[in-house]
Design a binder for this molecule. Structure first.
Ligand SMILES: [Zn+2]
Length: 222
């Protein structure tokens, strides 16, 4: 058995690195301006990307390990400057296992004008549960930045940060990353749809039905 499988912490760090690389290669977070984390609740530790280091150059050991209050455990590198944003979600939402923060272009265009992303497509209804709301502007890296994001998100799985970017959450990194992709895709489609015509938003009952179906039946569930 490989070291990775034997060591759950190294495994957590490897998963964070895998998704950081995926995000960086996708163009959803230009340069190192995006961050990824995941929590191991049993051990009370969070693995998060380090601050200002090119993800391509990292090995899993370079992913920072902190406690839920933000104290460094491995004391190797400085964690992301957006760490307070990630920790607010872990402290207040026990259902959340991973956080992805991007500055993806189309979703950030919505964030820049303070406009919610409408539910024009079924995938957004299923994965996010409704319109993607907008959190009021706060300086990044602060506790207030995280608190504003948490409260604006409500029961959705994503939120736009005014004049900044996107936060997507999920039970694990695969889930949170999928939401970040869905949000960017929905933002792009909305902008294109407004260029070519007048798209109709899905009615609330249909949005709720799609979300319920996704939560109970999608994939291997139910
Ligand atoms: Zn940011």
């Amino acid at each position: 058995m490989s070291d990775r499988l034997q060591d759950p912490i190294l495994n957590l760090k490897q998963t964070v690195l895998d998704f950081a690389l995926k995000m960086s290669r996708s163009g959803m977070a230009p340069a190192t301006w995006g961050n990824v984390s995941a929590i191991d609740r049993e051990r009370g530790v969070v693995a998060i990307t380090p601050s200002g280091m090119a993800y391509e150059s990292l090995s899993p050991e370079d992913i920072c390990l902190i406690d839920i209050q933000g104290n460094s455990i491995d004391k190797k590198w400085k964690p992301s400057t957006e760490t307070p944003l990630h920790l607010v979600f872990y402290r207040n939402r026990p259902d959340i296992g991973a956080v992805v923060h991007t500055h993806s272009v189309y979703a950030t265009a919505f964030a820049s004008v303070g406009r919610e992303i409408p539910v024009l497509i079924a995938t957004l209804a299923s994965g996010v549960g409704g319109r993607v709301p907008v959190a009021a502007y706060q300086p990044s890296g602060t506790e207030e930045f995280g608190t504003a994001a948490l409260s604006a998100m409500g029961d959705r799985t994503a939120v736009l940060l005014a004049n900044h970017g996107v936060v997507a959450v999920g039970k694990d990194l695969n889930d949170a990353y999928t939401v970040a992709e869905l949000v960017e895709n929905a933002a792009k489609i909305a902008i294109l749809a407004w260029i070519i015509g007048e798209p109709a938003e899905l009615p609330q009952e249909e949005v709720s039905r799609l979300r319920r179906k996704y939560l109970t039946k999608y994939g291997q569930k139910g």
